[in-house]
Design a protein around this ligand. Structure first.
Ligand code: FES
Length: 104
């Protein structure tokens, strides 16, 4: 497991998703308040970027803009159809004001 620095908390806009490339992976980073969530930036239904979708701050989910599946930010599990498989979820840690993604 490698901790990869992706910037500071303030590099990410509260309530929005942004694509980040880390160690050859394409990830989507979502900030809600002081929390950061990281998932693979690829819907599990078809090959589509989740970073294009809306973040639901209240339920802590992100919507795939293509067909509307919702994914839970905490573990990447789909909470609505048509997606039935989870997207990969990455652990995040914050230390000394920096945000690090744990990459296997
Ligand atoms: S591509 Fe994401 S729900 Fe279909």
């Amino acid at each position: 497991m490698t901790a990869v620095d992706i910037g500071t908390l303030d590099d990410f806009v509260d309530g929005e998703a942004r694509q980040v490339r880390v160690e050859g992976r394409v990830l989507v980073v979502i900030r809600i308040g002081d929390d950061i969530y990281v998932l693979d930036d690829r819907c599990s239904h078809e090959d589509f970027s989740l970073a294009e979708g809306e973040v639901n701050v209240a339920t802590r989910e992100i919507e795939c803009e293509r067909h509307g599946s919702m994914f839970r930010l905490s573990d990447g599990e789909p909470t609505s159809f048509p997606a039935t498989r989870p997207v990969a979820h990455y652990d995040v840690r914050q230390s000394a004001g920096r945000v690090e993604v744990m990459v296997p």
